[in-house]
Design a protein around this ligand. Sequence first.
Ligand code: FAD
Length: 295
Amino acid sequence: MRIADLYKQKRPVVSLEIFPPKKDQGPESILDTLEAMTDLRPDFISVTYSAGGSGGSDITLDIAGIIKERYGVEALPHLTCIQSTPQAVEERLDKLLSKGLQNVMALRGDLPADGSLPPEGAYTYAKDLIAAIKARHPELCIGGAAYAEGHITCDSMEENLSHLRQKEEAGADFFVTQLFFDNEMFYRFHEAARKAGIKAPISAGVMPILGRSQIQKMIFMCGASLPSRIIRILNKYENDPDGLVKAGIEYSSEQLQGLAAHGADGLHIYSMNRPAIARGNLAAIRQGGAEAARV
Ligand code: FAD
């Protein structure tokens, strides 16, 4: 099913994100995780893509295919473009279609950390990848990345929204935001996006806190603001990892309930291959009565 159609049927659309295992391990190494995640019956599961390091095109698509075929849950494989030639992108899209997948998350990806140049002809921005997919495979439903606090290399909210609008104009059918810890950031961004004429559904991305180093990494990677309540949680549970995970699930569950009450189009949980986290968050959303059929 095209994910864009899910947003027409219900709000909020609730999704989970997982990442593939390391390159030397196959999809079977995370079958237990896939089974537990799909058992929770989210509306879709997205699978990250890594041009280098762990994961990679084939395993991302293999896992997405298993989620859809074996477990009957809609899948959203991610695809980045900045480290690939257009021909390599096209080959991945052919493979995606051959697996019966109907959705793709089209991303630029991060620039190579070693400063090396993109391959000849690589798409410069996500909007270019989105336009190419739309032109060649109009049947595919395309997701794009959104940034409630602006992309870390983007200078202003005005530019952030203008780049988002370009992605919609290029053919993006829906958006998922980068994680944020302060819902006010999302509310302001969502309102501004609508005022800027962006009409596609926008799912709000929430990541439960698991530890101090994870938070530090995220803040430096994506520039998310850190509410003082999170700093207090990190201090309180400094020597109690289980207590911290519990408090992290509580904090993110409150975030998700608040977003649902505010009428968010979708809730996307960065569940990091941890079914217990996804379970806790989904239970909170469902208890809050947030997952309702659209009338
Ligand atoms: P773009 O939209 O191209 O933006 C990149 C930068 O260029 C931004 O600063 C933007 O403001 C700027 N820009 C855009 N258009 C223009 C223009 N016309 N002129 C000038 N500047 C412009 N990374 C992975 O490697 N694998 C993943 O699986 C993955 N999944 C993600 C999922 C989500 C929901 C999100 C939010 C991010 C994900 N990322 C992933 C990270 C993403 O690849 C990085 O944030 C990357 O730096 C930007 O990708 P993008 O698709 O937003 O690029």
